[in-house]
Design a protein around this ligand. Structure first.
Ligand SMILES: *Cc1c(COP(=O)(O)O)cnc(C)c1O
Length: 417
């Protein structure tokens, strides 16, 4: 047998699953709603077999590309979208949105504290053509100690901001992620003092976790990665921007050229998997969410702290578990890797990853390299030695991986039962 788990871990897993039953039911309810939105967008926009084929060269008149933008926009509740395999990652999509709409002298105000690690160079790097070098000013409002947005400070500072920036998911921090209702509160507070502020959301890991997306709750723009939620575990690469039509156009000007914008950019052979991935995304996200809830319940049962806890409301697919020591962190990642469908015999090791300030360990035995809608675990090697676990397009396979992470810790004498 491939998996030979300690009986005590199997009992803990069964207990965790029993506790999580009612949370699983809520996840299914959301999935039913988001699946209907996506299917309706395919039908109402009359997606046809012809749209699954790609173009080469300039990509003029690429109906599949235009149709994909319309499907994303409708399902997300946005006016327009820019969905491209040419976005190399989520950071690129977000960076394109920032450079697309900000101009020298403008103020960008982050209201969720420091942005995600890879965006630091983009926004306030000293060289390399950062926003700062182009004369875009940056200020931030930190979250309150309980992780809630500081609405009073936001109302004050947003008066002069061209852009108000919100990061929905928490990245490598231990703050809670921002649910759509909280994002809507921020939008309201900002609109009261500055009706024209462009409210932009880093939506990475959030797509389809709740019934509505940030743009449907009043934000102007949002962006994310296609090797996370909206790619459904099928897209090989890419990213998207969605929101107000005029702003999406500016983003397209930045991605391609001023003037040609959305009308250029061939899709090669990517359309089919981008459509298929988006169609699968609500289901993939539901499986990943169930894996996240199971992991929290299971590791809480073993005596660790999980954030969010198994029954706390979720707005992204991530579960972080405080493991307390680098040894446990590494063992956890080894256990996930060894239970992956691809590269199960590889050993993850901490390394200096571009864009991050300290060594990072990553376990990802995925069909798409670096995909994090597939089961994956990663962590910066720093206090409090928490692991960030996400993904799992198949709940049952993810469950095995999560139990294997505990088994690996047990085998190395790092877990007391
Ligand atoms: C993943 C992520 C990004 C973008 O990361 P890429 O690795 O460039 O796709 C940005 N913000 C948050 C919060 C993320 O989780």
């Amino acid at each position: 047998m491939t998996f030979n788990f300690d009986d005590r871990l199997l009992v803990a897993a069964e207990n965790a699953e029993r506790k999580a039953q009612s949370v699983f039911e809520k996840i299914e309810t959301t999935c039913r709603i988001t699946s209907e939105k996506v299917l309706s967008a395919f039908i109402e926009n009359r997606v046809g077999d012809m749209h699954l084929k790609g173009t080469t060269g300039y990509g003029y008149g690429d109906d599949g590309r235009d149709k994909l933008d319309e499907v994303f926009a409708q399902a997300f509740g946005a006016e327009d979208a820019l969905v491209r395999h040419g976005f190399v990652n989520g950071t690129h999509a977000i960076s394109t949105a920032l450079f697309g709409v900000l101009r020298p002298g403008d103020l960008m105000l982050s209201v969720t504290g420091r942005p995600y690690d890879t965006l630091e160079q983009v926004i306030f790097g000293e060289t390399g053509g950062s926003l700062k070098e182009f004369g875009v000013r940056y200020e931030q409002v930190d979250l309150l100690p309980d992780g809630k947005p500081d609405l009073a400070a936001i109302s004050e500072k947003a008066k002069n901001a061209k852009m108000v920036y919100i990061q929905r998911s928490r990245g490598y921090s231990l703050r809670p992620s921002l649910c759509i209702a909280t994002i809507a509160e921020i939008v309201q507070a900002v609109r009261k003092v500055n009706a024209d502020a462009i409210i932009t959301v880093d939506n990475c890991y959030g797509e389809f976790v709740e019934e509505k997306e940030p743009v449907a709750a009043g934000a102007d723009l949002m962006a994310g990665s296609l090797i996370k939620n909206p790619g459904g575990g099928i897209c090989s690469t890419g990213g998207y921007i969605a929101g107000r039509k005029d702003l999406v156009e500016l983003c397209a000007y930045r991605l391609t050229t001023v003037g040609t914008g959305k009308e250029t950019g061939c899709t090669l052979s990517q359309n089919r998997e981008m459509f298929m991935g988006f169609f699968n995304a609500p289901q993939a996200v539901a499986n990943a969410l169930k894996a996240s809830v199971f992991a929290a319940a299971f590791f809480e049962g073993l005596g660790f702290n999980a954030l969010p806890s198994y029954d706390e409301p979720r707005t992204d697919i991530i579960c972080s578990i405080k493991l307390g020591t680098p040894e446990r962190l590494i063992a956890f990642c080894e256990g996930i890797q060894a239970a992956s469908p691809v590269d199960s015999s590889a050993m993850p090791e901490p390394w200096d990853m571009p864009g991050y300030g300290c060594k990072v360990i990553m376990a990802a035995g995925c069909f798409t390299m670096g995909s994090s809608i597939e089961l994956s675990a990663d962590a910066p090697l720093r206090e409090p030695y928490a692991v960030w676990l996400q993904g799992g397009t198949s709940y049952h396979a993810a469950r095995l991986g999560i139990i294997n992470a505990a088994q690996r810790m047990l085998d190395k004498g790092l877990l007391t039962l």
